[in-house]
Design a protein around this ligand. Structure first.
Ligand code: GLU
Length: 449
């Protein structure tokens, strides 16, 4: 861990004090503060106006009870969250996560990351995040619907296209967004398309939104490679996860000429030297909502399924952690470096532990932080909001082109900012400083609010 500039140490101490036990949030804050030393030196006006302290404190935190009835008639209680972190650049924007691990610390870490990620996209969106400790695994469609309806019955009063615009994240996809939107529409008696993103394409959703996070991650890594005279073509790629981000990272990696040799889920990972079959992967995970093990069984002898191992042991040129936070630790990073990895691009939010980031970077591995590399999803959500506001519908090709431009812009912004602040080539610092300064300037202009 890099030590913090003296003026930032009390800020971090206050975050620890105010948010006890919220480890993921502490980690996310520390990682941003580490990058801010050159900013503190150059922009004393931020320090004077306590911008950093203010950014670390969410504007609003909502915690609520979500009661629902399961298929056996048993009443269940979950906890719902929405952390409306920062609205300096636009309405709060960020996904909802339904997973048993969700608690306030996870939602705060994700919301905090979202502020800077959203700023980096250059689109007018603030940062927020929400979710519940509800576990959708093994639940019927009707149970999911009842849960979503109950969740929205409380949350609707805090939302609005100009206020707070949720979307999906782990455990929340098109099905859940449909039930949430239906309930919002019913309660408010408004067809307010722009209140949620990730909607179905026949009722206000954007083409390419489903693919956008995974595609965007690959576009970003492609930009990094191109900047060094290299390309995706011919590279061996390992993608952890097999959710929405991973699946479309796999597809785009193939389209750019790479070969994806391994994917995973929480049960294990599958290695296939000839390349993972994208269509079957999509069918098993998206249509059947099945496990990666089933994929391996169907592929037969060409695929090897390994339970409980580490996917980072699979040799590759490019590693894309697209599963969840802190999934790539020091051991994983050591294995990747030992096998000659060239690039690590974060498709998930904060999937690499701080120790692993240090190890990769000191070994000379190109490292793309999630704030930059996975911003394509939320950027395309902003494109969905644009389409909703103008009651328009764009083609897949046009939307994907816009996404590619946005990712190229983020890449450029990271590099020029890193250069400007005396840390050339440092994508982590570039992303953090660029995102931070955009939010900080807006907050300065708006006074103490
Ligand atoms: N959950 C996604 C993220 O981490 C997308 C958020 C959105 O589209 O609002 O950025």
């Amino acid at each position: 861990m890099i030590s913090l500039h003296p003026s930032l140490q009390p800020v971090y101490a206050e975050v620890l004090h105010r948010n006890p036990g919220e480890m993921e949030f502490h980690q996310a804050v520390h990682e941003v503060l580490e990058s801010l030393t050159p900013v503190v030196r150059r922009r004393p006006e931020y320090v004077e106006a306590s911008i950093i302290e203010r950014i670390c404190e969410p504007e609003r935190q909502i915690i609520f009870r979500v009661p629902w009835v399961d298929d056996q008639g048993v009443v269940r209680i979950n906890r719902g969250f929405r952390v409306e972190f920062n609205s300096a650049l636009g309405p709060y924007k960020g996904g909802l996560r339904f997973h048993p691990s969700v608690y306030l610390g996870i939602v705060k870490f994700l919301g905090f990351e979202q502020i800077f990620k959203n700023a980096l996209t250059g689109m007018p969106i603030g940062g927020g995040k929400g979710g519940s400790d509800f576990d959708p695994k093994g639940r019927s469609d009707r149970e999911i619907m009842r849960f979503c309806q109950s969740f929205m019955t409380e949350l609707y009063r805090h939302l609005g296209e100009y206020t707070d615009v949720p979307a999906g994240d782990t455990g929340v996809g098109g099905r859940e967004i449909g039930y949430l939107f239906g309930q919002y529409k019913r309660i408010t008696n408004r067809y307010e398309s722009g209140v949620l993103t990730g909607k179905g394409v026949t009722w206000g959703g954007s083409l390419a939104r489903t693919e956008a996070t995974g595609y965007g991650t690959v576009f970003f890594v492609d930009q990094m490679l191109r900047a060094r005279g290299s390309a995706f073509d011919g590279k061996r790629v390992v993608v952890s996860g097999s959710g929405n981000v991973a699946i479309y990272a796999v597809q785009k990696a193939y389209q750019l000429g790479g070969t994806v040799v391994a994917v995973s889920d929480s049960g294990g990972y599958v290695v296939e030297e000839s390349g993972i079959d994208f269509e079957l992967l999509r069918e098993v995970k998206e249509v059947r909502r099945g496990r990666i093990k089933e994929y391996a069984e169907e592929r037969g002898s060409t695929a090897r399924y390994i339970e409980d191992g580490s996917i980072w042991d699979v040799p590759c040129d490019i590693a894309l952690p697209c599963a969840t936070q802190n999934e790539l630790d020091v051991d994983g990073a050591r294995a990747l470096v030992g096998n000659g990895v060239q690039v690590v691009g974060e498709g998930a939010n904060m999937p690499t532990t701080p120790g692993a980031v240090d190890l990769l970077r000191s070994a000379g591995v190109l490292f793309a932080p999630g704030k930059a590399a996975n911003a394509g999803g939320v950027a395309t959500s902003a494109l969905e909001m644009q389409q909703n506001a103008s009651r328009d519908r764009w083609s897949f090709e046009y939307t994907e082109e816009r996404l590619a431009d946005i990712m190229a812009g983020i890449h450029e912004r990271c590099l020029t900012t890193a250069e400007e602040y005396g840390v050339p080539g440092d994508y982590v610092a570039g992303a953090n400083i660029s995102g931070f300064c955009q939010v900080a300037d807006a907050m300065l202009a708006m006074g103490v609010i």
